[in-house]
Design a protein around this ligand. Structure first.
Ligand code: NAP
Length: 424
């Protein structure tokens, strides 16, 4: 079985190592050896250390490699939308099965890839695209196929989880914790995709689509990153016996689905609260199965390569048997609920004048918008006071209108922070 590898970076390198180190076991599991036909990279002359692969296999001509008649499976580990999309669709058109870790592409245009794979009767596997080593997509796509999933909630970005964990542990601000993450190799030189939530939003789209048998793209996902989370938000969370996490939440509600990524406070007793550092975890609630939690390394060359190899074995076996995996399951065709209609609870922190009657004024703004307050805490600081309200559930639209009006009250000096509260 001949495998063309596109990309030999963090993940591709580890795929090459595993293919070499485990070749006998892999051959036994597949029923024949998995052999590298070629490795497409940007720079053939780059020093790749002691990688166990013949130098003559490297090429910059990915197109030539994937269109070769002797290639059976294409493993795409280049990333990004183009040229990855063109290469994958070309390979599918030539009857090759695909393994990829490309979350950006799957979240933007998974539907057309699925369509092409189905028309060509080949497999398209992408376990590595969400939470790396953690088996998550196969359980959603296969093991839980007989159940009705109602909610998927998880921590799917290691960089932001590391930063928020450090802010909680040390009291540091965002910038300081980001610098530490960069120094330790947990954040990329340009951390935008992680800290602004784009990476998690792509994963949320993939998870929501698979969990609810519908089509969700990255642009359907409401997204807020963690750059605005302050040390005082973290301290407020601690005061409520909560921690702040960047959550990916996908929910099915009747004929609607919602998918969102944003920082939120969760109680310390929630299983996701103890997921710290660069780890990922996803909590799935299904009607019959109940609550399930998947936990492990959500990034890194070797853990991601483990998921790629798992897919590779599955794809190779189904090619040998002439079978192919299930095509996209989007029959439910659910409406994507806009964020304004999504219901949750909120933690609202205000800096107000420390005068009689302010609390009553603030409470009446909440009441006018139908947002019920669950707890209120006021702490005096000279002529100013910090007023923190935690609400019962309300829609995002109700809360936004409340916050807009609170900001206009003369006694409110500033709305210091608004954060959603989840997991209760
Ligand atoms: P990476 O280290 O940046 O490696 C990218 C590879 O693609 C390099 O070998 C590069 O060649 C090659 N490449 C880039 N542009 C190319 C072009 N135009 N033509 C030919 N080759 C090209 O990326 P990575 O971290 O391994 O990630 C690969 C994929 O896995 C991405 O889709 C990523 O989202 C996904 N993923 C990664 C992780 C992780 O922890 N790293 C986790 C889950 C999923 P050179 O070597 O010559 O530069």
């Amino acid at each position: 079985m001949k495998v063309a590898l596109l990309g030999c970076g963090n993940v591709g390198t580890e795929v090459v190592r595993l293919l070499h180190a485990q070749r006998d076991d892999l051959a036994a599991r597949v029923g024949e050896p998995l052999e590298l036909a070629g490795v497409a990279v940007r720079r053939v002359d780059k020093d790749r250390g002691d990688l166990p692969v013949d130098a003559s296999l490297f090429t910059t001509d990915a197109r030539e490699l994937i269109t070769r008649d002797d290639v059976d499976i294409v493993v795409e580990l280049v990333g990004g939308i183009e040229p990855a999309r063109t290469w994958i669709t070309t390979a599918i058109g030539r009857g090759k099965s695909i393994v990829t870790g490309n979350k950006a592409l799957l979240a933007e245009d998974g539907a057309s890839l699925y369509r092409a794979a189905s028309a060509a009767n080949v497999d398209l596997y992408y376990e590595a695209s969400v939470a790396a080593a953690i088996p998550l997509l196969r359980p959603l796509r296969e093991s839980l196929h007989g159940d009705r999933i109602v909610r998927v909630m998880g921590i799917v970005n290691g960089t932001t989880n590391f930063i928020l964990s450090r802010m909680t542990e040390t009291g540091a601000g965002f910038a300081e914790a980001l610098e530490e993450a960069s120094d330790l190799g947990y954040a990329e030189a340009d951390p935008t995709a992680d800290v602004e939530g784009y990476d998690a939003a792509a994963k949320a789209a993939i998870l929501a689509g698979l969990a609810f048998h519908t089509r969700v793209t990255a642009s359907d996902v409401y997204r807020e990153g963690i750059t605005e989370v302050t040390a005082s938000d973290v301290a407020s969370a601690v005061h409520m016996d909560c921690v702040i996490k960047l959550l990916c939440i996908a929910t099915r509600d009747g004929a609607d689905v919602s998918a969102r990524v944003h920082p939120a406070m969760i109680p310390r007793t929630h299983p996701l609260a103890s997921v710290n550092g660069a780890y990922n975890a996803v909590f799935i609630e299904a009607e019959a199965a109940g609550q399930l939690m998947f936990y492990g390394a959500g990034a890194g060359g070797a853990p991601t390569a483990s998921a790629v190899l798992g897919d590779l074995v599955a794809v190779a076996r189904s090619r040998r048997s002439g079978a192919s995996a299930a095509a996209e399951s989007a029959y439910a065709d659910l409406r994507v609920r806009p964020m304004s209609e999504v219901v949750t609870r909120y933690h609202v922190s205000l800096d107000v004048d420390d005068e009689p009657g302010v609390l009553a004024e603030v409470a009446s703004v909440f009441a006018e918008h139908g947002v019920s307050m669950r707890t209120v805490r006021q702490t005096g600081r000279g002529d100013e006071a910090a007023l923190v309200a935690v609400t019962h559930t309300a829609t995002d639209a109700q809360l936004s209108a409340t916050v807009d009006e609170l900001g206009k009250l003369p006694a409110v000096r500033q709305v210091a922070s608004v954060m959603r509260v989840e997991g209760e």
